[in-house]
Design a protein around this ligand. Structure first.
Ligand code: ATP
Length: 847
């Protein structure tokens, strides 16, 4: 029978779940986890390694090749068939290893991103991974949290939950705790429940878990949820490009086959040659390779504390032109310390200290204060004051609260007070001045005095009420208070912030500070770390922004470096305005209200430590250490990954082009086709493959952070990549055909082995030269990419084996070369290297 939890009282629900106000014990929870299963929705099964391996063969061209090889084996030479099959197998192994690594990297990322939930276990609040929640657990919710399971609410404070994902209702719903009496209420009207998959937008609450995993209301409809498409723009573009190229190559191979046939070549051989060329030259693996590079890049980023949620971000990081960042905790250490105290009236000193001691959510665990650093600092300071009284917390129990939100920039608590009620508000000085009685001019003067020195300033006000209004809301409570005074706190900048800002600017990226703090405080810190460094750069406040016309804002937005006292909603306007001016914007955020602007930003970045679930959900990337410097590291890494992808494409496509040229040019000047199918496949699927993979390990180029960001719409073939593929492809084609012509004319009987070796070695020389787009290998150093060097040496060894091992000679139709011939092959192929070095010299000189 399904239990209708919304009909029960909180106490009944608690009892039915065999729980208590102190929560479950850890041991009971563990037993329940065993018997009930994890709190997870069953998602699609991941690919098994065997499936992943078999998938490498599921490719039309490879299948055609296998069939072709088998058929030609039956009618002709079986050894060809065996070699081709072995080459395909080797190629599949290389592809499999790559993809498997990428899957593992993605899986590891998934594990890092597991959400956590605050629960009460053994009577103490603890954070546990949400999948380990069990029925009967007491869950604590606060603004920004994703509801982790279905809960019967037991205690609520201004709780609002947005349930659009479940009910379609976009307005957040006010929640209560009272039992309801209609069994068949739709989910949206069960206001004393919180459902898995919905988000807290406001307030705090506590509830008992009544359903987990697939038993939740969300689980019941989980089958209907679909995964969003995950192709990145680059993958899409390369996919489209590959399809077009495939058609061209198929046409070319058709022409090759026809021409060969007309010239009277043997049909079976011609067919296999054409198919081999098609398999070799069609870059159908490119999108997969890009995914692998991005996924492995994401893995490396995670090690540097930047957790990528959408692969797309890895690719686009390099295009960021504006980084809009929070101040507190990101640019600063979020290690607050009270350094100034000002009271309006000396006689109020004790009331001020009492207000500071009581108006906070700091928790004490094992004698350590934990919670919002601002509040911890204020409480710490209050405790050192002479008038501090330890008994306050007991005597003046908190009975109500209006939680902090960053729009009104204040919070209020209500305490018992000898039969009456003590109301305490704290917040931004002007927010508190607005709701209290006091001399606004003097308050403002004092506030500015502190803010100018970079202090964060908070005001306090109190009042005593004989009775509480029936309805406790911001409107009924936050008014007519007595202004008590101000505290000034310092929060020093992070040591690495200054350097990171400097690097950011030299990379052509504009850093912008967006903060809820006072403009003077913000400007002071912005100046200290280098965000503000000349008079053209502007500081504006949320109020000024709100009063500005859209046109004026659009005109000024590029000059504004600091936004102070802004509300999270305004962040969205800032992103839009920058995007309208063709900027590629990255935006950080932590609170629930930041989610829309993060979603809208080109790269939305959520804070890993202070960020709420909702923000993380909306973000493209999560900063595990909340540190601005990490964003810059990620940009650098993003640029490197993109760079390496272009190098990879440059290398692979040049190689493909070279093969096509060789096969086509030779018959044009009356020479036989220079290579056998096995040679084409060997060069393309094996000896090209290993070095190509190793290009991903190429370190960042010197000066990678001193050129401006890449235009996100820029083609991957821009900046000379396309030109390079064409001319180097032709060059290598000429080298192989030239060698063929020379060797045939000078009567060398194993000319084919020489040509085959020239082609193979040219690729290796080429890969060493494309390690950098501009820098010479000699200044880069041979050992700069040891993986690549290893791959090149291994490939040379493999090629030598094919030439010199008698057993392989049979299979590859090769003959051992004399030392002289080998030297010729090395020498001729090295022309590729020198030519590309010259190209790079030109590029360097152009700058
Ligand atoms: P940033 O966006 O740089 O992180 P911030 O953290 O200062 O800025 P908010 O947390 O929105 O932004 O704070 C805005 C203002 O609200 C602060 O300047 C302070 O005056 C006030 N404030 C901050 N924390 C509290 C708190 N716990 N209680 C009352 N007021 C607070």
């Amino acid at each position: 029978m399904t239990q209708h939890w919304h009909l029960l009282s909180p106490e009944e629900a608690l009892k039915l779940q065999h729980s208590s106000p102190t929560g479950l014990t850890t041991s009971v929870a563990q037993q329940k986890l065993q018997s009930e299963g994890r709190n997870e929705l069953k998602t699609k099964k991941k690919k098994s390694p065997i499936f992943l391996f078999l998938q490498q063969f599921l490719n039309v061209m490879i299948l055609v090749l296998i069939v072709g090889a088998v058929v030609s084996g039956i009618v002709g030479e079986l050894s060809d068939t065996i070699v081709i099959l072995v080459i395909i197998l080797l190629n599949a192994v290389i592809g499999f290893v790559q993809e498997y690594r990428a899957e593992k990297a993605m899986e590891a990322l998934g594990k890092l991103a597991v959400p956590t939930t605050k629960v009460i276990r053994d009577g103490k609040p603890t954070d546990i991974p949400s999948p380990e929640l069990v029925k009967g657990d007491l869950v604590l919710l606060e603004a920004g949290a994703a509801v982790p399971a279905d809960l019967r609410l037991m205690e609520v404070h201004s709780l609002k939950i947005e349930e659009a994902g479940l009910t379609g209702e976009s307005q957040p719903v006010d929640k209560t705790t009272d039992p309801l009496d209609d069994k068949s209420l739709p989910l949206g009207d069960r206001t004393n429940m919180a459902f898995s998959g919905t988000n807290v937008t406001n307030g705090r609450a506590q509830g008992v878990v009544v359903a987990t995993g697939m038993d939740t209301e969300l689980g019941k409809i989980a089958g209907m949820l679909q995964e969003e498409g995950s192709e990145t723009p680059l993958q899409k573009r390369m996919g489209d490009f590959g399809r077009r190229l495939t058609i061209i190559i198929l046409l070319l191979c058709g022409v090759l086959f026809l021409a060969g046939y007309l010239r009277g070549e043997e049909i079976g051989n011609m067919l296999l040659t054409s198919i081999s060329l098609a398999v070799a030259a069609i870059p159908e693996a490119l999108p997969a390779v890009i995914t692998v590079s991005l996924a492995l890049g994401a893995g490396r980023l995670a090690k540097r504390n930047a957790l990528v949620r959408k692969l797309y971000a890895v690719e686009t990081l390099g295009s960021v032109t504006y980084i809009c960042t929070d101040k507190t905790g990101t640019l600063t250490k979020n290690k607050m310390e009270v350094v100034d105290l000002w009271v309006t009236n000396e006689a109020d000193q004790m009331r001020m200290v009492q207000a500071m001691a009581l108006n906070q959510d700091v928790k004490k665990q094992d004698n350590i204060l934990t919670g919002d650093p601002t509040e911890v600092a204020i409480l710490n300071y209050a405790q050192t004051q002479e008038s501090f009284d330890k008994q306050w917390r007991k005597k003046n129990k908190r009975v109500h609260e209006l939680p902090f939100d960053s729009d009104r920039k204040a919070m209020t608590t209500i305490h018992e007070y000898d039969g009456k009620f003590l109301v305490i508000s704290k917040g931004a000085a002007e927010s508190i001045a607005q709701i209290s009685i006091g001399d606004d001019t003097v308050i403002k003067e004092q506030e500015e005095r502190m803010a100018q020195e970079g202090m964060r300033v908070l005001g306090f006000a109190t009042k005593v009420l004989d009775a509480l209004p029936a309805d406790i809301t911001i409107e009924t409570i936050e008014k007519d208070l007595d202004f008590l005074g101000l505290v000034g706190l310092i929060d020093p900048p992070r040591e690495e912030a200054k350097k990171a800002i400097h690097e950011c600017k030299s990379a052509g990226i504009v850093p912008v500070m967006i903060t809820g703090d006072h403009p003077l405080t913000a400007a002071s810190i912005a100046r200290e770390i280098g965000i503000l460094d000349n008079d053209q750069q502007k500081v504006i406040t949320g109020k000024e922004l709100a009063a500005m016309s859209e046109r004026k804002f659009a005109k000024e937005v590029l000059d504004i470096r600091v936004y102070a006292r802004v509300s999270p909603e305004q962040k969205l306007n800032i992103v839009k305005a920058l995007q309208n001016r063709d900027q590629f914007v990255s935006m950080t955020g932590d609170g629930v209200n930041d989610a829309p602007s993060l979603k809208r930003a080109n790269i939305g970045i959520a804070m890993g430590i202070t960020g709420t679930d909702v923000t993380k959900e909306a973000a493209h990337m999560i900063l595990l250490d909340d540190n601005f410097a990490t964003i810059i590291k990620a940009v650098r890494e993003g640029r490197r990954i993109y760079d390496n992808i272009t190098k990879f494409i440059k290398y692979i496509m040049t190689g493909n082009a070279a093969e096509i040229w060789s096969i086509f040019l030779a018959p044009l000047i009356g020479l036989p086709i220079p290579l056998l199918p096995v040679h084409i496949l060997w060069v393309n699927l094996v000896t090209d493959g290993l070095p190509a993979l190793a290009l991903a390990a190429e370190p960042a180029e010197k000066g990678i952070m001193s050129h401006p960001p890449r235009d996100p719409k820029e083609s991957i073939f821009a900046k000379g990549v396309g030109r390079h593929i064409i001319w180097v492809g032709i060059l290598v084609g000429l080298l192989t055909v030239g060698t063929q012509w020379y060797e045939i004319n000078s009567g060398a009987d194993h000319w084919q082995t020489i040509v085959f070796t020239v082609l193979c070695l040219s690729q290796l020389w080429h890969v060493m030269a494309v390690r950098s787009h501009k820098e010479s290998l000699f200044s880069q150093g041979l050992l700069g990419n040891k993986t690549l060097l290893g791959a090149v040496l291994l490939t040379i060894a493999l090629q030598m084996a094919v030439i010199y091992v008698p057993f392989l000679n049979n299979f590859f139709h090769t003959q051992p070369l004399t030392l002289e011939e080998l030297a010729v092959a090395f020498g001729v192929s090295s022309i590729t290297f020198w030519a590309v070095e010259v190209e790079k010299t030109f590029k360097r000189n152009k700058k």
